[in-house]
Design a protein around this ligand. Structure first.
Ligand code: SAM
Length: 220
């Protein structure tokens, strides 16, 4: 008898062999590649990820997502488009950097990460000093980082984090806006599913984009 408490998507995503990866398989895939990867951390339903992968067949994309249902929705899109340059990892993104054995990250999108708005929840936010250090340690020169959020407090936190790292890392800020769509046109190709909802609700969208270059050497 089916267990009505079991999340049905746990089984469903097992049908996407070669598209959805779990646990050790993620590590094996990453370390078997001989080219850099673009990451979409917390890719949700995969709309933006699949769009990027479709438009840039020369790049290799990996969506990282915790929720089984979102992994399923992403996998379905990848399969329907027949994309060979796009995969999805079902995992906690906090563990992602430790899967890379060498510098392999060419780009990171963190678009509308869970805001954890209450003071005592803030420790759960994905972006913090340690996480960024871990990502940087696996990033190649010229890697492009893109963050967007409707949550002002999280955005200011992100800025503090990134600015505090500028003594040790070369971080070339390309875009910093508290209202990105007042400045650039909303282009369908880059918009995410959550972003569309937030914009409809009248929220302003904060954006921070930067290029990471190798760590700055400290003089003894
Ligand atoms: C607000 S949604 C945004 C989804 C998508 N980026 C968008 O803009 O439409 C945040 C997503 O991040 C995922 N997420 C949150 N924490 C995560 C973690 N530690 N590892 C992987 N995914 C995570 C959630 O499951 C959710 O799908």
């Amino acid at each position: 008898m089916p267990n009505r408490f079991l999340n049905p998507y746990i089984e469903k995503i097992k049908d996407f062999s070669g598209v959805v990866f779990f646990g050790e398989e993620c590590k094996t895939l990453l370390n078997g590649l001989n080219h850099p990867v673009f990451l979409d951390i917390g890719c949700g339903n995969g709309e933006n990820l699949v769009q990027q992968a479709t438009e840039n067949p020369q790049n290799y994309y990996i969506g990282v997502e915790l929720q089984y249902k979102e992994v399923y929705r992403t996998a379905l899109k990848i399969q329907r488009k027949g994309l060979n340059n796009c995969k999805v990892f079902q995992m906690d993104a906090k563990k992602l950097p430790e899967l890379f054995k060498d510098k392999r990250i060419a780009g990171v999108n963190i678009l509308f990460p869970d805001p954890w708005p209450k003071a005592k929840q803030k420790k759960n936010r994905l972006i913090n000093n340690d996480y960024m250090k871990a990502l940087f340690s696996k990033s190649i020169d010229g890697a492009i980082f893109k963050f967007r959020t409707d949550n002002d407090d999280y955005f200011l936190d992100m800025l503090r984090t990134i600015y505090s790292m500028r003594d040790d890392h070369s971080i070339d800020i390309k875009e910093l806006s508290r209202d990105i769509y007042n400045k650039v046109k909303i282009e369908h190709k880059d918009i995410t599913a959550f972003e569309r909802i937030f914009i409809k609700q009248g929220f302003l969208i904060n954006a921070l984009y930067f290029i990471f270059n190798k760590s700055i050497k400290k003089y003894d």
